[in-house]
Design a binder for this molecule. Structure first.
Ligand SMILES: N[C@H](CCC[C@H](N)C(=O)O)C(=O)O
Length: 273
């Protein structure tokens, strides 16, 4: 399934045991030449607190706390495949239980709105050693450059840089250096944002553990929050990504809402072991 081109392999763990070695399976499945090809692996599991639980693994096998495009697809999956029948769902993540609303037509969910919860802005909780609570427009020396960056966690950590022009050089040259910079003890996802207007941004991303992806939902939400904190955007923004658009809102109640598509591409069997 994919959301805005951010594609994962999903395993229905209501019906199947999770793979014994999840890290190795995520790496093997994600390989775009010798596997299925994906940005990572997502397990759709039963939950004691919610309608389902999402566990998300990057293409390098590392586990992340949250995945914004993934959670929309998990919601679509449990609805379309009859695991849940209601259009308002709760899904457990590494960032707590989140509320989702499906947009359904013909008993298929096409778009999903997610309450992504409150952004985490305390530097030690993001976590980053960069100064400032919140760390907004703080200096970071990386890849031979002096950047001003803003850091936000949506359950997983993000480092946002506002730039004039998006380019491969930013994503491939600077992205991996930000991901692995010592200022981020758990590594970090790196977003590059071009502000088109106070209500519209263009984004490219270098993800922790997966490299460039066509979209990152948590990254888009973190970038909205960063844009508001830096005085560059309003609280409602349309975010254009390589693989599609996401509608974002940081509400007066301090919750971030994200709306976007969720698409099932195919299903199949993978030989384990
Ligand atoms: N693409 C995902 C985020 C994956 C984040 C992951 N790369 C991490 O290590 O935190 C999203 O839509 O939010």
């Amino acid at each position: 399934m994919h959301g805005a081109g951010n594609d994962y392999v999903y395993v229905n763990c209501f019906d199947e045991q999770p793979p014994a070695d999840i890290t190795a399976t995520a790496i093997a499945m994600s390989d775009r030449h010798k596997g299925i090809g994906a940005d990572g692996l997502i397990l759709i599991c039963p939950s004691e607190q919610a309608d389902a639980r999402m566990r998300m693994f990057n293409a390098d096998g590392s586990e992340s706390e949250m995945c914004g495009n993934g959670i929309r697809c998990v919601a679509k999956y449990v609805y379309d495949h009859g695991i849940c029948s209601q259009e308002n769902l709760k899904i457990e993540t590494g960032n707590g239980v989140l509320d989702l609303q499906l947009e359904v037509s013909g008993s298929i969910a096409h778009r999903v709105r997610v309450n992504m919860g409150r952004p985490i802005l305390k530097s030690s909780d993001i976590p980053t050693s960069l100064a400032g609570d919140p760390p907004v427009n703080v200096p970071l020396h990386v890849a031979g450059r002096d950047l001003m960056v803003t850091c936000v966690s949506m359950g997983n950590p993000h480092c946002i840089t506002f730039i004039d022009e998006l380019s491969d050089e930013w994503v491939y040259g600077v992205g991996p250096e930000i991901e692995n910079h010592p200022a981020f003890p758990n590594r970090v996802n790196a977003e590059f944002i071009q502000v088109v207007s106070p209500t519209e941004i263009n984004m490219r991303v270098w993800e922790r553990g997966s490299g460039e992806t066509q979209a990152c939902g948590t990254g888009a939400c973190a970038s909205l929050v960063a844009g508001v904190l830096a005085g560059l955007t309003e609280r409602r923004v349309l975010c254009h990504l390589l693989g599609g658009d996401l509608e974002l809102e940081w509400s007066e109640t301090d919750e971030v809402f994200m709306t976007g598509e969720a698409v099932e591409v195919f299903h199949g069997k993978w030989p384990v072991g």
